[in-house]
Design a binder for this molecule. Structure first.
Ligand SMILES: *Cc1c(COP(=O)(O)O)cnc(C)c1O
Length: 366
C-alpha cells in the first residue's frame, strides 16, 4: 500500500503505542487475576496482533497470546514470538489445516468443524487442543447449555482433538454481565462434564475485561481459572461501565492528525440540503460563525464517535472518508495549519486505527 513517506517516516496521521504502559497495565491485571488463581491470556486483536504489544503483554505475565485472526497470529509468529497462541474466533471449516498447524489451541462450538480439525490434526500427526464455548446468554458464539452434554459425547470420540476446557464470552454481543450466577453455571457444567466423561478440564475460561469487578470483589467462583483480556490491558478499562481500572493507564494509545485548513465559517451549511456522502441527513446547531479546522483523519481510518480531542475545548463536528471537521473556536491555543492534534481512542476506534493502512504505527517507550 502506498503511503506518503519523508525520510522513511510517514508523517501524519499516526498513532503512538506506549509499550511501557501496556506492560504496566498487563502486570496490574495479571496480579489482580492471580489473587483468584486466574491465569491470563493477552488479547491482541484490537492492535491487529502488533508484535511489540504482544511482547509487552508477555513481559507483564500473560501465559499466552489470544487473537481472533490467523493473519495476526501469523504476524506475531513471523516476528519471532514463540509463546502459545490461542485462536479466539471459531475456526472456519475452510481453514482447519491452518488452525492445527499454526494455533496451539482454538475455541469451538460446531461438531463438523471439530471433525475436520481432528482429521487435519491426524494428517499432521498432531493433537489439537480445543476449548468448547458455551453460550450463557450473550447470544454470540457457543453451545446452548441443553446441548452441551450430547455435544461432548460426540466430540470426545474425535482422537485428533483434545477438549481442554470450557469457555464463555459475555458482555460482547448483547452486553450480558458476568455474575456469580452465570459463572457458577459454567463451573457446574465443567463439573458435570468431568463426572460424566471422566476427564479433567484444565481451562475454565470464564472471564474477559468485563469480569474485573467480579474478580476483585471476590465473587468469582474459585474454579474459574482463565481469563482472556484485551481492553483492560490496552486501554485500562473494565467493560461493563467502561470505568478506568485503578492503577492502569488509559492513554497507552494516542492518535495524531494534522491540521490542513483553518477557516472562520458559519456553523450552519448554506443552501438546501440532501444526504451527505454517507447517506445521512445530519443536523447542525446554529452557533453563528465558528473557527473550523480540517484534520487528515477520516472514516477510512477511525470510528469518529470513538475519538476524543485531548484538548477538551476542541469539538468534533463530523467527518468524511478523509477529513475530520473540528470546531476550534474556543481552543486554549490558537490552532494553525500544520499543527498536530492529539486524540484519545476507545476500543472500536483503536481497532479501526490499527487496521487502517493509512495510519502509521509508532511504538514509544520500549
Ligand atoms: C475479544 C475477545 C476477548 C477479549 O475481550 P476484552 O473485553 O477485550 O477483554 C475475549 N474472548 C473472546 C472470545 C474475544 O473474542
Amino acid at each position: 500500500m502506498f503511503r506518503y513517506f519523508v525520510n522513511g517516516i510517514a508523517v501524519t496521521p499516526y498513532i503512538t503505542i506506549d509499550i511501557d504502559k501496556i506492560e504496566h497495565n498487563t502486570r496490574q491485571i495479571v496480579s489482580l487475576c492471580a489473587t483468584r488463581e486466574i491465569k491470563v491470556s493477552g488479547v491482541t486483536k484490537a492492535t491487529c496482533g502488533y508484535p511489540q504489544v504482544a511482547n509487552a503483554m508477555l513481559r507483564g505475565g500473560v501465559i499466552s497470546i489470544a487473537d481472533s485472526r490467523f493473519e495476526n497470529i501469523i504476524r506475531m509468529k513471523n516476528a519471532g514470538i514463540t509463546c502459545d497462541f490461542m485462536l479466539l474466533r471459531l475456526p472456519p471449516l475452510s481453514a482447519v489445516e491452518t488452525t492445527v498447524q499454526a494455533m496451539d489451541i482454538s475455541v469451538n462450538s460446531e461438531l463438523d468443524v471439530l471433525e475436520a480439525l481432528s482429521k487435519a490434526a491426524h494428517k499432521h500427526t498432531k493433537q489439537h487442543k480445543v476449548i468448547l464455548m458455551v453460550d450463557l446468554g450473550d447470544l454470540r458464539e457457543g453451545i446452548w447449555i441443553d446441548e452441551l452434554i450430547p455435544f461432548v459425547q460426540q466430540a470426545i470420540r474425535l482422537t485428533g482433538i483434545k477438549i481442554v476446557g470450557l469457555g464463555t464470552n459475555l458482555a460482547c454481543f448483547s452486553g450480558v454481565v458476568p455474575s456469580e450466577d452465570n459463572m457458577t453455571k459454567l463451573v457446574q457444567l465443567v463439573e458435570q462434564i468431568e463426572a460424566t466423561f471422566n476427564l479433567h478440564l484444565d481451562y475454565v475460561s470464564g472471564a474477559n475485561s468485563s469480569a474485573l469487578q467480579l474478580i476483585s470483589s471476590g465473587q468469582m467462583p474459585a474454579r474459574i481459572n482463565h481469563a482472556r483480556i484485551g481492553e483492560a490491558i490496552l486501554l485500562g478499562r473494565e467493560t461493563i461501565k467502561r470505568k478506568a481500572w485503578p492503577n492502569t493507564f488509559q492513554d497507552a494509545f494516542t492518535l495524531y492528525g494534522e491540521v490542513l485548513e483553518v477557516k472562520d465559517k458559519p456553523s450552519l451549511p448554506v443552501g438546501s440540503r440532501g444526504q451527505d456522502a454517507f447517506g445521512q441527513e445530519s443536523t447542525f446547531a446554529d452557533r453563528g460563525k465558528i473557527r473550523r479546522a480540517l484534520v487528515n483523519i477520516g472514516r477510512e481510518d477511525v470510528v469518529i464517535d470513538g475519538i476524543t480531542p485531548l484538548e477538551k475545548r476542541i469539538q468534533i463536528i463530523g467527518a468524511s472518508s478523509g477529513y475530520l471537521a473540528l470546531d476550534v473556536t474556543n481552543a486554549n491555543k490558537t490552532v494553525s495549519v500544520g499543527d498536530q492534534l492529539a486524540f484519545s481512542v476507545n476500543y472500536s476506534a483503536l481497532l479501526a486505527v490499527m487496521t487502517s493502512e493509512y495510519v502509521e504505527k509508532r511504538p514509544i517507550n520500549y
